[in-house]
Design a protein around this ligand. Sequence first.
Ligand code: F6R
Length: 607
Amino acid sequence: MCGIIGYIGMDQAAPILLSGLEKLEYRGYDSAGIAVHNETGIQIVKATGRLKVLYNLTQGGASILGNAGIGHTRWGTHGESTDVNAHPHFNKDTSIAVVHNGIIENYIKLKKQLEAHGYKFLSQTDTEVIVQMLDYYYNGYPLETITKIMHFIEGSYALGIIFKNHPGEIYAVCKDSSLIVGQGSRGNFIASDVPAILKYTREICYLDNEDIVRLTDSGLTFYHNEEELKKAFVTVRMDLNAAEKGSYAHFMLKEMQEQPKAIADTMNPRLRDGSIVIKELGISDNKIRQIQKIYIVACGSAYHTGVTAKYIFEGLAQIPLEVDLASEFRYRNPILDRNTLVIVVSQSGETADSLAALRKAKANGGRVLGIVNVVESSIAREADNVMYTWAGPEIAVATTKAYSAQLIALYLLALKFSQVRGFLDAEKIACMVSNLQRLPEQISLLLSHKKDIQKIAHRYLKAEHIFFIGRGIDYGIALEGSLKLKEITYVHSEAYAAGELKHGTISLIENGRLVVAVLTQPFLYSKTISNIVEVKSRGAFVMAVTNVGNTEVEKVADYVIYIPETNLYFVNSLAVIPLQLFGYYLSIGKGLDVDKPRNLAKSVTVE
Ligand code: F6R
């Protein structure tokens, strides 16, 4: 969740490090720091707060001279956001500096051992044990020293390390935390993510677990257990401007507007003459017929796509489907075999719990399909097969377009499975595909009504609690609407299966409380309407999201948002749009930083 960058080459390092950190700030933004080799040794500057504080402190990097350095933007795991806890961390005489992403799980034990040897710790972080251990074992040979300490540290880490006595070198290593190496014409790089160095190079190498790399201004040497090894580079094709905000006020607004394109790009390459072709699935039709159970395992919004997909797979393909949170799945003992398909859904492809769940699924004998947005990310590389969502880079912490693209990928899979298993004939599939193809234009239409949603959001700027209710697929939509709202507005919110509210939570409904009710499934309309009446009679203000034509709802709800007509299995893609807009406008109406909400980070690479 922290961002790491390193550069060594012909140019001044500090401005390059800062520009890389700017692209990585979505991974964490409570403090930032850089360490640069120069004539005085290693110069370290760190600052609490957003990157701009560090930027101003160093005059955009101009005040720090030197051609090699490492940088970090932090999402704290151990210790609050302070200058001392900010990275890089360093040893007593500032001869070694380290930046770290991940968690050192046995840091308390290691810290005690080092303290017994007289080491004093300045920070509350787990990272500081790494630099103190490097200091303790340092014998003049960085590679040997790094390899040695790797035997003692437990947990996940991506590290960038510089040694004062080796001014022409940067070292980096990773375990269960991704790190890339870039080879440019004017120098070499390490980074947590491709956009950080895309301005300088497209030649990228992905480090594997426990690989170490030594960077100089003219070369890269890779090692594993101190043995030199050759690594392959790939040329990445990512669009440099795709990760820019352009004329939009916020990334979140831009990404919401990009949803029609994200879903068209995810869907179109997989549609052929009204049927579904998913080449990368890697599962024969025969195998699809043999699948007895599907698990969808994910976190946060990606998990919510699974909640919706459960209804669709069970309804269309009649396969039992269990949805689980990756953080739970990884620590239980799921019963899997080769006829169990485990679908791991992830935008970043780096979420620590989802990656661990993937490994658990494989270890327990399941077959894993990744639905992933970031190409060549860890989940994409480790899954048996990967189906990419082509949403492009998503920068705002709150996901919108990646979530929408994940839904589309799951619809396509469900249709494919249904067709192969003989539940839908070609004519029915073609009709559903034509519904899918209309979604981009229908989403654009919903987005064009954003001012109406802004008006309602402004009425609720002072709300302290907002509830979301829905049944079936609508419950999945409610979960996502509620998460979107709470993460960017800091308003307490809960999503409830509408029928469950009366089993306790309805006690929280009182005069003026906003309840957002989602009703898109005609066979459940009357049930959810009863639940609306229940909250209305306790004083709630009800905003309903329903299908065009369902005017009955106007009799019970205070405000109704209509979504265009589509197949009932695909309504989530439409109903979620006003809910995303509602969260967005409430957040900016409150003057919050909608793209970088407090306490969060985009890529959750720690447990
Ligand atoms: C919410 C949000 C998160 C992510 C979750 C999983 O807006 O973005 O809940 O959905 O952290 O992340 P990925 O999809 O990268 O595995």
